[in-house]
Design a protein around this ligand. Structure first.
Ligand code: BYC
Length: 317
């Protein structure tokens, strides 16, 4: 079959909502885009463990500690599913990790901000996981089968993450004046970076048009951002807090909330490696990789031993 007809068949499958599987023919650019997006997503999950794990030992009760511990472990699991999905596209885990540790690969801008108080853990769950779910529910319908299936399970766990964050803030917002101030301060700092998670505006998003045609992305960056704002404003009202945007206002004609301009300069600085915690985050991942070398070596040696055992059993038989 010519490349032209292969490409027609591929787009036909996508247009008819069929999933593309690892064994199927796909254009090189589709494969490349998926490797980029899924591996960035995997890196984000793993780097995303860092700001929160910092608070596990300081959680204010056993229940809070258990929930946070479970959440951080879930993020590690999400990284695992996503690295595995990326590997089905013909790239090794070692190569992907190398790209992260050498700073060649991106991960979500949001994880380059510091967690200064316990209320930040609530704000991350509510806003960061809330934004992540908004993006990821749409990705459950992405055209690449292994990615879509990984997203279904991830979304179930993300809902728990969002609820645990909101519950922290709800409890604190009914507490002392100092606790209420901590909630407001955390939300002030996490609101705008959460809106940036959805990526640049549609007209400044170089990958969107093609990714939408291939149904890798099902909704645009701006559509998802708007849905997030619309869903989150009423939740902020229940908390009794002010979102830090004087231009935030319901627009009857549009049926959506209008919101103020995003500081894209800050976003691109953070993505370029110059955010408040970029260097710290990468250094932590490099250190963890070095410390974990013996685990990988032991697992490889064990796998080799098992392989030899099977070979010798077969040759004796
Ligand atoms: N941070 O053309 P665009 C989570 C890059 S949640 C850094 O719109 P695309 C978690 C983009 O990569 C977070 N970089 O790109 C939650 C591109 O650069 P390259 C992870 C960003 O791919 C709680 C350039 O800007 N979620 O994991 O069409 C706890 C132009 O952008 C960002 C996902 O990864 C950003 N925020 O759309 C723990 C979801 N935004 O690669 C963990 C899956 C954009 O061309 N990913 N860039 O050099 C996606 O849905 C899409 O990749 C994005 C960007 C919407 C993020």
């Amino acid at each position: 079959m010519s490349t032209h007809s292969l490409e027609d068949r591929f787009q036909h499958l996508i247009d008819h909502e069929e999933k593309i599987e690892a064994r199927d023919w796909m254009p090189d650019a589709y494969r490349k885009t998926l490797i980029r997006q899924i591996s960035q997503h995997a890196h984000s999950e793993v780097v995303g463990m860092l700001p929160e794990s910092n608070w596990i030992t300081r959680a204010p009760s056993l229940k809070r500690k258990l929930a946070l511990l479970a959440k951080v472990q879930d993020e590690g699991g999400h990284g695992l599913y996503l690295y595995s999905a990326t590997e089905t596209l013909g790239i090794s885990r070692d190569e992907l990790i190398e790209q992260l540790l050498t700073g060649k690969a991106k991960y979500s801008s949001i994880f380059n901000y510091p967690t200064l108080s316990w209320a930040d853990i609530g704000a991350i769950g509510w806003l960061v996981d809330g934004a992540a779910i908004m993006n990821q529910v749409a990705l459950c319908r992405t055209s690449y089968g292994p990615y879509a299936r990984a997203m279904v399970r991830i979304c179930k766990e993300e809902s728990f993450h969002q609820r645990q964050g909101y519950d922290i803030l709800l409890t604190m917002s009914k507490g002392s004046d100092e606790q209420k101030e901590m909630v407001q301060d955390a939300v002030n700092r996490w609101w705008w970076p959460s809106l940036m998670m959805f990526g640049p505006n549609d007209e400044a998003s170089p990958n969107s048009a093609q990714s939408m045609k291939w149904k890798i992305k099902r909704l645009s960056n701006d559509e998802l951002r708007q849905r997030f704002v619309d869903a989150t404003v009423p939740q902020a009202e229940i908390l009794g807090i002010q979102l830090p945007d004087p231009l935030l206002q319901y627009n009857e004609a549009r049926g959506h909330y209008d919101f103020g301009p995003i500081d894209w300069e800050e976003f691109f600085e953070v993505v370029a490696g110059n955010g408040p915690c970029n260097k710290e985050r990468l250094a932590a991942r490099v250190k963890a990789h070095e410390i974990g070398a013996w685990v990988r070596e032991a697992a490889t040696a064990y796998a080799e031993k098992q392989k030899n055992k099977i070979i010798s059993t077969v040759s004796v038989a």
